[in-house]
Design a binder for this molecule. Structure first.
Ligand SMILES: C[S@@+](CC[C@H](N)C(=O)[O-])C[C@H]1O[C@@H](n2cnc3c(N)ncnc32)[C@H](O)[C@@H]1O
Length: 337
């Protein structure tokens, strides 16, 4: 039997004339888009604070959870739901395809924010890179309760409106969260104290940046205390060298072929990765994080604790942009995992 992956590689070679449309990508994912987005969030929070609302109430009105049902009734979503044996009639299917280990399945069982919470409990400094308006850090503050008084949180963000929102909410509720400007392309985390343990995490922020700088990992390796690193990013597809090469070589034909062939890959263990690779190509998402992480973990003082590929969770209900969770630990003094 022909390998479906080989089949689509062959097809890529035949589709020399096709070109992709790039019309929405830059508009949707530019810095300007997030400036406007987070400034609306700030306006809404300002109104809620003026009305005397508490933090959990504000958070749940901003970002209802869990977001386990997906509004989309796109033909692809419905046909995959059907192929899994579920009813797609009714206003909004309550069963949705989700992705884990490369397959589409009816449910997923990992909540990365809870994994982040577990590590946050044992860390003095908690740092989110690409934190948006800081709502993940606010979730952590609520879950950690009075323990937050023993900790310092850093919300590092590219869009100024995000940084402003973080500092505004932090000051309004007297929280130990500091917002700072940050750019994955020229990162600086040198001011995060390293006298005690830290957790540095990313949650669907690296995805936005086609190529992040290796300097981030170089700076982690300079730290003097245990540093936990957790990434929750849609980068699992980057394990396939053929797809990475196609992105690096700007091989439009390859992705057009993948687009045409994607449904024939549904029974394979890389279905979710293939769809996520396609999504990443369409919107110019990240292409180098997995290789940098794999390089980082080769260091003798770095241990990979856990990796779960291609899955959905409460804050990412899109199976076509499946998350991958990677947890690592850096100890300045070499020790077993
Ligand atoms: C999808 S949002 C995720 C925000 C937050 N981490 C969350 O889980 O909701 C992506 C975030 O990445 C930020 N971002 C985009 N480009 C960046 C860059 N070069 N450096 C740092 N953050 C960036 C955006 O401004 C935005 O806040």
């Amino acid at each position: 039997m022909t390998d479906p992956f080989d089949e689509f590689l062959r097809m890529a070679a035949e589709l020399r004339s096709l070109r992709r449309s790039t019309k929405t990508a830059d508009l949707l994912y530019s810095k300007e888009a997030y400036e406007g987005h987070w400034s609306k969030v700030k306006d809404s929070i300002t109104e809620s604070i003026a009305a005397g609302e508490d933090l959990p109430t504000i958070l749940s009105s901003l970002r209802p959870r869990p977001q386990m049902t997906r509004k989309s009734r796109s033909p692809a979503m419905l046909s995959i739901t059907k192929s899994l044996g579920f009813d797609v009639d009714g206003a909004r299917p309550t069963i949705r395809p989700t992705a884990v280990n490369g397959y589409f399945v009816p449910s997923a069982n990992i909540e990365p924010m809870y994994e982040i919470l577990k590590v946050a409990r044992e860390s003095k400094y908690i740092v989110e890179l690409g934190a948006g308006p800081g709502w993940n850090l606010l979730d952590l503050c609520i879950w950690l309760g009075r323990k937050i008084r023993e900790k310092v949180f850093y919300g590092l963000e590219y869009a100024s409106s995000g940084v402003e929102t973080i500092n505004f909410v932090s000051q309004s509720f007297n929280l130990p969260i500091l917002g700072h400007q940050f750019n994955f392309m020229d990162p600086d985390i040198s001011y995060i104290p390293d006298n005690e343990s830290a957790l540095i995490f990313t949650h669907h922020s690296i995805e936005q940046v086609e190529n992040i700088s290796k300097k981030l990992y170089d700076q982690i390796l300079e730290r003097k205390s245990t540093t936990h690193v957790i990434h929750v990013e849609p980068i699992g597809w980057q394990r396939f060298p053929e797809i990475i090469d196609a992105r690096k070589n700007n091989d439009e034909v390859f992705f057009q072929a993948l687009n045409v062939k994607k449904n024939s890959l549904l029974d394979t263990s890389f279905a979710a990765a293939a769809f996520s690779a396609l999504h990443s190509w369409k919107v110019h998402y990240n292409i180098n994080a997995l290789s940098l992480i794999d390089e980082f973990k080769k260091h003798a003082n770095v241990h990979e604790i856990e990796r779960v590929i291609d899955f959905n969770h409460s804050y990412n209900a899109n199976p076509f942009n499946a998350s991958t969770y990677i947890r690592l630990r850096y100890d300045p003094v070499c020790s077993p995992p």
